[in-house]
Design a protein around this ligand. Sequence first.
Ligand SMILES: [Zn+2]
Length: 146
Amino acid sequence: MSNNEWQVLNVVKTLDEVTALVQQHQVSKFRTSNLKTSTKYSYRCSQYRKYPLCRYDIHVNILDNNPDDIKILSKNVHSHQQHNTTTRLPSSVRESVAKYVKCDLTQTQMKSALSIDHSNIPLPSSQLSNIIRYNRRKNNPEIFYK
Ligand SMILES: [Zn+2]
């Protein structure tokens, strides 16, 4: 299901079409980049706050010398499963991890802290890194888009 390459989603002629398309794809603008010969608008999942791990991205490229040939590129697909993954864990574990993330513990430190605080709850590393990532992004979404 994952698609990590930019691919052309559509080529349109007007900004209205762009607006309709980004609404249809449930993304919202978060950055404008002025490049040498074009302007690039970056969009990301409009439910980003709810699903911080969703990597769906859309770029809209408008060439300075050809503004009615607007290229829309997309990358990845909406992925809203991680939210459910994190909620499947006992809330006590999720609260602890949220707390550890705020204290800036490393994953290894969290693992040992969790094995003391929640020794009866098995927690696979992959799931642990998911909630850590989830919490870090929630706290500081900007750093992942530099
Ligand atoms: Zn999404």
